[in-house]
Design a protein around this ligand. Structure first.
Ligand SMILES: [Zn+2]
Length: 300
């Protein structure tokens, strides 16, 4: 091959690369609604499967996701340092980085442990709701999130789609408008994780009112194989219409054993069971790990 041909080929390659870069970045730059997040490339962690672990953190939520591309996401961190005992069980040995931390809303049983997570792990992207809370734990969370100096800080709003590597997306369904002054549970980020044909609906502590709004907006589009029941299985969530629209195979309760709130409430358990949905609770089983190949999902 002579020099002219070689130079031409390099030029063509450079133009193609530039085009690919512009196409992949442009939506985020223009609308601010599409974040393209690539993981740290620790692909061995994914192993070709999506893994979703509902960690046993007592009374609270903490969900650790590893995508098939090895992107790691932590949704909520439970009330305290218990999350630091759960994470090493589902992360590679000596791994001290997490690509994305998402805090659904500023209540202690969701963000208390994230302060400990920021102290131990290096976090790439922090996603939160714009809800404001003046509690001591919310202040501690905000302080430590800022001190983390993450690469990106995002506020989630309905319509946002976050690409977690090439194969997996996190789609935001709620809040649909500015939740600054909303009651904190209802300001929860409701997000759906999708790999292939498999969906996980993750609702934070959103109440029936939000669920019914989502049913009105999206209907059967909400369909998901796994549903984390809202607000730890409280009777203030898991509306019948929402259970019918999501129509999951599995419902997960993230709650502490013998918790003082009586979660999950008996009427919710009955509503779930009468629909033939299998209900799993971290209070009974400890950490619950789902695995998916994009076509099927199973409990490990
Ligand atoms: Zn909660």
């Amino acid at each position: 091959m002579n020099d002219t041909v070689l130079r031409f080929r390099i030029l063509v390659l450079a133009v193609l690369l530039l085009f690919a870069l512009l196409v992949s970045v442009a939506p985020f730059a223009s609308t601010g609604q599409l974040a393209v997040l690539w993981g740290s490339g620790e692909g061995e962690a994914g192993g070709g499967y999506l893994t979703v672990a509902f960690l046993d953190v007592g009374q609270g939520d903490a969900i650790f996701i590893t995508t098939p591309d090895g992107v790691q996401v932590l949704i909520d961190g439970g009330p305290d340092a218990a999350v630091l005992r759960g994470l090493p069980q589902v992360m590679p040995l000596l791994d001290r980085t997490i690509d994305v931390v998402l805090a659904t809303h500023p209540d202690k049983d969701h963000i208390g442990g994230l302060v400990d997570v920021f102290n131990r792990y290096s976090v790439g992207t922090i996603i939160q709701t714009e809800n404001e809370s003046d509690t001591a734990v919310a202040s501690a969370f905000t302080f430590s999130a800022e001190a983390e100096v993450a690469e990106r800080y995002l506020s989630a709003r309905a319509g946002d789609v976050i690409f977690l590597g090439a194969s997996t997306t996190l789609e935001i369904f709620s809040p649909a408008s500015d939740p600054t002054n909303w009651e904190s549970n209802n300001a929860s980020i409701v997000a759906r994780l999708t790999y292939g044909e498999i969906n996980f609906m993750l609702t934070g502590d959103a109440s029936s009112g939000i669920e019914e709004y989502l049913v009105g907006q999206y209907g059967d589009v909400l369909e998901s194989e796994v549903l984390k029941l809202g607000h730890h299985g409280s009777k203030t969530s898991s509306a019948a219409s929402f259970l019918d629209a999501v129509a999951p195979l599995y419902a997960v309760v993230s709650a502490g054993a013998d918790n003082s709130y009586g979660h999950p409430h008996t009427e919710v358990v009955a509503r779930v069971k009468e629909r033939g949905i299998k209900i799993l609770s971290t209070a009974d089983r400890g950490t619950i790990v789902f695995k998916s190949d994009g076509a099927r999902v199973w409990v490990q």
